[in-house]
Design a protein around this ligand. Structure first.
Ligand code: ADP
Ligand code: MG
Length: 378
């Protein structure tokens, strides 16, 4: 195990990197972040910020020189960079697992290998495949195979004409056409797997999305036991068969017919796991540190029901476009409120500026306080 005092490296300087850095520093590790942005949320708080591109040889060399082990905080870190780093330092998760998660087609093939059902789909790499796509996949959602997030790189298509138009609008890049499913709920499972194969998971989360972006996470998820067991076992199989080391999130759809299908996965801590900082005795970021340094993985315990609200840049913007500051004093007057702001200076619409976790003695009380917070935030 790398003991406290060692330096841990992170590829990427967003909010996930920032919360990793906080967790690592709390345990006495030093941190170094590589991110091209001078004002990155994690770069601000890390001991060292290597400010270069992700493929910059000198930047990667500096990161390696300083780090005992290296992790990533976003899935689109170029695979080549992870290969370079992995040749000289322990890197978790590894380049192979990240490569699968970076591509919806590879991801779905991996679900298939693990006997985990996913939405009916077809790969759309050419105009010919548009014509050949099964009519049963419509109405559907066309998703770029790579680089999509927060509902970006997606188009809802009702028929073949819309499919043709959407593919053109996306510039003809490789896509996956997915059947649009009737969702009863969305849940996610966050698994941590150590290099020795030990696996633990956070309690299952229930997630509500608005415009393709996560808005609210509620824990406990209040789904039936069998569904929960199936989701956790699926996530374990998915992690195990990639020989995954680190924190992995698998998103699932619970369909109106009661069945469960995997949607996508993220090779890192996930927005839906942020509640674990305040509501669990070990958070997803603590687990990321532990998997990276080779520390034991305790089974996380939820000590408070929780509701997590994302704070998008919209809250800083009035309908007429003028900038305002949310009424933090009123929010912080509520019981069991934990405010997390990521230090981003530009509150653009849809940009994740922070989150708020409400903990309470009961799920109903957490919900009630969260509703009051929503009323204040508007
Ligand atoms: P992202 O990478 O942007 O998170 P997702 O594939 O998770 O992309 O899609 C974002 C959201 O869009 C999902 O959380 C879900 O609410 C909705 N969605 C995606 N795929 C489907 C589908 N096949 N059927 C119904 N809703 C879907
Ligand atoms: Mg998603």
């Amino acid at each position: 195990m790398h003991s406290p005092g060692a330096t841990l490296g992170v590829m990427g300087g967003g909010q996930l990197g920032r919360m990793f850095v906080h967790a690592a520093q709390q345990m006495g590790y030093l941190t170094v972040v590589l991110d091209p942005d001078a004002a990155s949320p994690a770069g601000w708080v890390a001991h060292h910020h290597v400010q270069t591109g992700y493929l910059d040889e000198q930047g990667l060399a500096q990161l390696m020189q300083r780090s005992a082990a290296i992790t990533t905080e976003f899935e689109n870190v170029p695979a080549a960079a992870l290969v370079t780093l992995g040749a000289h330092r322990p890197v978790a998760p590894g380049a192979d697992a990240v490569a699968i998660c970076q591509d919806r087609a590879l991801e779905k093939a991996h679900f298939g290998r693990c006997a985990v059902p996913c939405a009916p789909h077809a790969l759309i790499d050419s105009e010919a495949q548009v014509g050949a796509a099964d009519a049963a996949l419509l109405p559907g959602i066309l998703k770029t195979a790579r680089l999509g997030y927060d509902g970006k790189g997606q188009a809802r298509v009702a028929n073949r004409d819309e499919l043709v138009a959407a593919r053109r609008a996306m510039g003809g890049v490789g896509c996956v056409l997915e059947k649009r499913l009737a969702l009863a709920a969305e849940i996610s499972v966050i698994v941590a797997r150590g290099a020795d194969g030990t696996m633990v998971h956070l309690p299952v989360q229930r997630n509500l999305h608005r415009d393709g972006i996560l808005a609210v996470t509620t824990v406990p998820a209040a789904v039936d036991r069998d569904t929960e067991t199936q989701a956790v076992q699926s996530a374990y199989r998915i992690a195990e068969s990639m020989e995954y080391v680190g924190v992995l999130c698998v998103e699932f759809f619970l369909l109106t017919d009661g069945s469960l299908v995997a949607n996508e996965m993220a090779p890192r801590p996930h927005n839906s796991g942020h509640y674990s900082i305040d509501a669990c005795d070990v958070s997803q970021f603590d687990l990321q540190v532990r998997t990276l340094v080779g520390a034991p993985l305790p089974v996380p315990r939820l000590h408070s029901p929780a509701v997590m609200l994302n704070l998008p840049g919209d809250l800083w913007t009035r309908p007429d476009g003028a900038q305002i500051e949310p009424d933090w004093a009123a929010v912080l007057a509520l019981p069991g409120v934990h405010l997390h702001l990521y230090g981003k200076t530009q509150p653009r619409r849809g940009r994740k500026m922070g989150h708020l976790t409400v903990t309470a003695a009961s799920a109903a009380a957490a919900r009630e306080t969260a509703l009051r917070a929503c009323g204040i935030l508007g």
